[in-house]
Design a protein around this ligand. Structure first.
Ligand code: NAP
Length: 253
């Protein structure tokens, strides 16, 4: 029998119904974890993932919740622990964009992105910490973006949220290291999902020219990086931000 690295582990992935989150759910389940995921409105997609994973013999459960809601985050975490007895891996992946130039960006546009991309990370990390501390084990993986470092006009809200995610991740890594809990972030470049569909349609060929790997990333490229941080064997890696961008931010081209 193949020994899978996440056998016996329990994972929770936010934004698991589509794109990168879905690939992470599938990757962690294929590697042996029981996986719960949170979605907001895509209930048909969520049901389809649960059914497809069950057909493969994997235990995957979907929870509807708004990641901006702290009480909802706490409830999901309590439900997962009640259902499966532990929570070892938390992947804060849910995110949105609402681009617009600063001069015309309204407060809702700002707040929705900060709440969904950054406050949600606080909500889930704080709620999971007590459980992980009592286990003296945990793996927290937060989704950043290369936009935290290299920003385009029109993404002040998004860049601020992802810069916040990176600072938050480094800080909690120092707080939690002595408890056997690591906290790291993955910063994707251009990945082919619903989020990038419009810009890829408009400028896909130009974007590829700027990427040394000469291709857009796939959700699975990000899931592979998440799997590294999720494993027990990465226990001495914490507070790190891993860019997964085909070389986009190396500045060589
Ligand atoms: P996506 O295809 O648009 O999927 C977003 C996911 O987040 C969906 O599952 C969505 O649920 C969920 N979500 C959004 N708001 C939510 C809320 N309030 N409560 C619960 N779930 C919510 O996005 P993606 O491209 O896979 O991006 C995933 C993460 O990677 C994001 O944090 C994004 O910022 C980051 N990222 C993406 C790229 C890229 O090129 N795609 C690059 C850098 C970073 P529903 O399906 O129910 O709406």
């Amino acid at each position: 029998m193949i020994q899978m690295s996440l056998n016996g582990r329990v994972a929770l992935v936010t934004g698991g119904s589509r794109g990168i989150g879905r690939a992470i759910v599938e990757k962690l389940a294929a590697d042996g974890a029981k996986v719960a995921f949170v979605y907001n409105s895509s209930s048909t997609a969520a049901d389809e993932i649960v059914a497809a994973q069950a057909a493969l013999g994997f235990e995957v459960k979907a929870f509807q919740a708004d990641v901006c809601d702290k009480a909802a985050a706490e409830k999901v975490i309590n439900d997962v622990v009640e259902m499966w007895g532990s929570l070892d891996i938390l992947v804060n992946n849910a995110g949105i964009i609402k681009d617009g130039l600063l001069a015309t960006m309204d407060s809702n546009q700002w707040q929705a992105v900060i709440d969904t991309n950054l406050t949600s990370v606080f909500n889930f990390c704080q709620s999971v910490t007590r459980q992980m501390m009592s286990q003296r084990y945990g793996r927290i993986i937060n989704m950043s973006s290369v936009a935290a470092d290299v920003s385009n006009p029109g993404q002040a809200n998004y860049a601020a949220s992802k810069g916040g995610v990176e600072g938050f991740t480094r800080c909690i890594a120092t707080e939690l290291a002595r408890r056997g809990i690591t906290a790291n972030a993955v910063a994707p470049g251009f990945i082919q999902t619903d989020m990038t569909e419009a810009v890829v349609e408009m400028a896909g060929a130009e974007i590829k020219k700027k990427i040394p790997a000469r291709r857009l990333g796939l959700p699975e490229d990000i899931a592979n990086a998440v799997l590294f941080f999720a494993q027990e064997s990465s226990s001495y890696v914490t507070g790190q931000i891993l860019k997964v961008d085909g070389g986009l931010t190396l500045g060589g081209i």
